[in-house]
Write a protein that binds this ligand. Structure first.
Ligand SMILES: [Zn+2]
Length: 270
């Protein structure tokens, strides 16, 4: 059985550590910072064997070089070299550190953990964004957050809506591991969109309790997101109506609803 443990990094990042049956070999997902990971590995006497990267923003890759200095035998799996499209993109140093460049349909084998992940391409937040999926869980980086989704940096709303649909199509009980703790904040916006949605109101109470106790609200699940995440509920009449009210016109396609919600949240909520 895989155990997934969060290491807190930067202001609100989670670096997920994958372990199998309490064995010492572990895999690190999106190490935006090296220090907290090294501390966690040392305290727990763990040996990292691989790094998985969902996309090349610095808060997901900033720790790769230092970790490789300490653990040079590790492999690094990540996306193709993304065009440096904005200030958050890191320079060319990280692609050079990637051992295995992967994309849609590839399989990542992790022999030390006797496990494998399928790679799916979920562009929208960035063009290079990947998710790593198996039958029980998905690492989805900055594409999807608890009750929300990432901002659009280099992708388009249409791409992003398709990517959300791809995540939504995973089995209902798939556990979802995004890379940031934004759930409670996102639920505030979800309540703007659907003030009468009881699942959102209930989740808000549940997640606030966790946060007050200093616990992560993650992982989430596909089932929970389908019930409470407006960006995964684009076809729900109340979501569509709220998006149309913001846009001031009728919206015909799912991606248009997505675009209006994203613009509404960016301009008036965040
Ligand atoms: Zn990002």
């Amino acid at each position: 059985m895989l155990t997934i443990t969060p290491v807190n990094a930067l202001s609100d990042n989670y670096i997920w550590i994958i372990q199998k049956n309490k064995q010492p070999d572990v895999v690190i997902v999106d190490p935006g910072q090296a220090e907290p990971v090294i501390k966690y590995l040392t305290e727990n006497k763990l040996q990292p064997v691989a790094i998985l990267i969902t996309h090349q923003h610095y808060d997901h890759t900033g720790g790769v070089a230092d970790l490789l200095d300490l653990f040079p035998a590790m492999s690094v799996t990540g996306p193709y070299k993304a065009p440096s499209e904005n200030k958050l993109s890191i320079d060319l140093s990280i692609p050079d550190l990637i051992t295995y460049t992967v994309g849609e349909g590839d399989t990542v084998f992790l022999p030390e953990l006797e496990t494998k992940f399928e790679v799916i391409s979920i562009p929208g937040h960035t063009l290079d964004h990947l998710a790593y999926v198996n039958e029980e869980l998905v690492f989805c980086g900055d594409a999807m957050f608890g009750a929300g989704c990432g901002r659009i940096f280099s992708g388009t709303a249409q791409m992003f809506a398709d990517s959300m649909a791809k995540l939504a199509a995973l089995a209902e009980n798939t556990r979802m591991y995004p890379a940031h703790e934004y759930t409670v904040d996102n639920l505030g916006f979800a309540k703007w969109v659907e003030p009468d949605n009881k699942d959102i109101i209930e989740r808000d109470i549940m997640e606030m309790e966790k946060q007050e106790q200093g616990l992560p609200t993650l992982p989430s699940s596909v089932k929970l997101e389908l019930a409470t995440n407006p960006f995964m509920r684009l076809q729900q009449p109340q979501v569509k109506q709220a998006a149309e009210k913001f846009a001031g016109r009728e919206l015909h396609e799912d991606w248009e609803v997505f675009a209006a919600l994203r613009e509404w949240k960016d301009s008036e909520y965040d």
